[in-house]
Write a protein that binds this ligand. Structure first.
Ligand SMILES: Cc1cc2nc3c(=O)[nH]c(=O)nc-3n(C[C@H](O)[C@H](O)[C@H](O)COP(=O)(O)O)c2cc1C
Length: 375
């Protein structure tokens, strides 16, 4: 029997996760120019599948070419993308312990930039970039003016999300998360900073929620009933005029009514004027509020770095999952160390068995334990 909530299994629909630790979606900017997975993805997702986390997400994966953030982002808009992912999935399934999730995304008015190590500079249409898609022809400050999606454009994006979900199923993913956060296309519809429409998709909160909810419904219909589907939201724009946590509760309630299995509470991204009080666990209160007020399972993310902190979030019923980003990139054995800390069992590949502390003389984890005790 697990002693902690962190290492207790949890099920959504027919999928059971060994524990509550999630590898958060993280853009790698290492696909080829057509958005196909490369050896980097095999290495990156492969080693994180061995990490002991219960769930491993791909990076934001674009549903159409102009939905990429950079020209090197992963895509899932054709069967060739499924084929390129096949060795990655095969490795993760054969050797790893994590369930596999794909994050489906469209970058909207924040796409068409260079990769982070080239400073994410906006690329004009002719310089390897593309025309951006958005609710309104209102640029993200400092970026090119996007095209406002008309009825045909909306239908195309919605259908692209649904087709991508069907491909993710064929590729063998266990679950999908729709990226509805960080100022990208779907969040842009919710946020008054980007959505200036006067038709049925703009104005009131109900109208601004309409397109993200239509996309959710299309994905739910294309994705098998027995597989879970969640949504990542920006719970607040962190601005006076923007989207708020109460808006998010209303949105989460609508998602739940349509068969959403969990909401991941991130924040920000729609305005450069945002003021974020960054601190350990700073987004956890949003996960807690959504869970309590909308009555839906939540995933907490953002500066969750310590095993006891993660356990406290879960045992305090603030969230049902904890997602780790930078911390697990830096220390991909985080779940092994957390399991050792709590005396729990966790996935361990047989190839590495002889390295397990129980198989070796001496206490190799003492420095890690001492550090935890001191914190
Ligand atoms: C390199 C990197 C890439 C990221 N890419 C994505 C992404 O593709 N989709 C997403 O929803 N969040 C993305 N994020 C945000 C993380 O998923 C996570 O929410 C954020 O880093 C906060 O968690 P942390 O404090 O544990 O890093 C990215 C973060 C990093 C550091």
């Amino acid at each position: 029997m697990p002693r902690t909530v962190l290492f207790s299994p949890i099920s959504l629909r027919s999928v059971t996760f060994d524990n509550r630790i999630v590898v958060s979606p993280m853009g790698q900017y290492s696909a080829d120019e057509d958005g196909l997975a490369t050896a980097w993805h095999l290495m990156h997702l492969g080693h994180l599948a061995l990490s002991g986390a219960g769930l491993l997400f791909t990076e934001a994966t674009a549903v159409e070419p102009r939905g990429r953030v950079s020209g090197r982002c992963l895509g899932i808009w054709s069967d060739a993308h499924v084929a390129a992912l096949a060795p990655v999935i095969d490795f993760c399934r054969r050797h790893g312990g994590a369930k596999l999730g794909m994050q489906l995304a469209h970058s909207g008015r924040k796409g068409s930039v260079t990769v982070p190590w080239e400073k994410q500079v906006g690329m004009a249409g002719g310089a390897g970039g593309w025309l951006l898609a958005s609710p309104s022809a209102e640029p993200y400050p400092g970026r090119p003016v996007p095209e406002a999606l008309d009825a045909e454009g909306l239908a195309r994006v919605r259908d692209a999300f649904a087709a991508a979900a069907a491909r993710a199923d064929r590729a063998g993913f266990d679950m999908i998360e729709i990226h509805n956060a960080h100022g990208y296309l779907l969040h842009s519809f919710l946020s008054p900073h980007a959505n200036l429409r006067t038709d049925a998709y703009g104005g009131s909160r109900e109208n601004r929620m309409r397109f993200p909810l239509e996309v959710f419904e299309a994905v739910r219909a294309a994705w098998p009933d027995h597989k879970p589907l969640g949504v990542r939201v920006s719970a607040t724009d962190w601005t006076e005029q923007g989207w708020t946590p109460d808006d998010t509760v209303a949105f989460a309630s609508e998602l739940k009514a349509r068969g959403c299995d969990y909401v991941c509470a991130s924040s920000g991204g729609s305005s450069p004027h945002q003021k974020i009080p960054v601190a350990p666990g700073y987004q956890v209160p949003f996960a807690e509020q959504i869970r309590r007020e909308a009555g839906i399972p939540t995933m907490a993310v953002g500066l969750i770095t310590q095993p006891q902190q993660a356990e406290d979030i879960l045992s305090g019923q603030q969230a049902d999952f904890v997602a780790l980003g930078r911390g697990i990139l830096y220390e991909p054995r985080w779940p092994w160390h957390a399991a050792e800390h709590f005396g729990e069992e966790v996935f361990f590949p047989p190839q590495y068995e002889r390295s397990h502390p129980s198989m070796r003389p001496g206490d190799f984890l003492k420095p890690f334990r001492d550090r935890l005790a001191a914190e």
